[in-house]
Design a protein around this ligand. Structure first.
Ligand code: SF4
Length: 215
């Protein structure tokens, strides 16, 4: 299966009228909590076999920005929370550097269960989990996306371009601007990329604060 499959799948979701279903629940923390509980025992893909906890996502249910990573790591699997541990602390510092906090954004991943040994999630696993992410987006209705790392970017932007190119482009996902930068875990492994990541964050910040209803 390829990114073409993801493209077709997202198009199917787009034309299915699914957007209408969530109008009544836009910005609803109760609805997000209900769905978190509903999916906590999901077995729709093989990642359910080894997970300890499903990591649904967390943050402001009315967030103007949604941050999307790849999938839970070990700490996330143990706690059920996205971006904890060293990579999570770095993400906090990245947000603080552009005058945002976790309370301002909503954080989720492409897959909600930890891939064994932190491998990249397979295309089939991403497809199985995408409806949950699309559902979250339809409830939160963010104005802008920040995609962390190659898996998030390639999956949602339906491309196989490398991160080095994707991060320099402004994209559109679900009719909203989307920016790409390095995953914090990758920045911890390769600190040389912190400077280009800062440049990415500044572009994201400028767009975020230029949105009409944020001024
Ligand atoms: S990764 Fe997503 S689709 Fe797969 S078992 Fe977990 S919640 Fe279900």
């Amino acid at each position: 299966m390829t990114y073409q499959a993801i493209k077709q799948y997202l198009e199917l979701l787009n034309v299915s009228g699914i957007d209408c279903i969530y109008r009544a629940t836009v910005g609803s923390a109760d609805e997000l909590n209900r769905l978190r509980a509903q999916y906590s025992e999901c077995t729709n893909c093989g990642l359910s076999h080894d997970r300890y906890r499903m990591v649904y996502g967390e943050g402001n249910p009315k967030a103007r920005a949604m941050i999307i990573g790849e999938g839970p790591g070990r700490q996330e699997d143990l706690t059920g929370r996205p971006f904890v541990g060293d990579a999570g602390q770095l993400l906090d510092r990245m947000l603080n550097a552009i005058n945002l906090t976790r309370q301002d954004v909503y954080i989720a991943n492409i897959v909600k269960c930890r891939p064994p040994n932190n491998r990249n999630p397979a295309i089939e696993e991403r497809l199985a989990c995408l409806p949950y992410l699309i559902e979250q987006i339809n409830i939160i209705q963010p104005r802008i996306f920040l995609l962390l790392g190659l898996v998030a970017a390639q999956t949602l932007l339906q491309t196989d371009l490398p991160l080095g190119k994707l991060r320099l482009m402004e994209h559109t996902f679900m009719d909203r601007p989307a920016f790409v930068t390095y995953h914090p875990a990758a920045l911890l492994r390769n600190p040389d990329n912190k400077k280009p990541a800062w440049e990415d964050l500044q572009r994201f910040r400028d767009k975020y604060f230029s949105l009409a209803d944020l001024s």
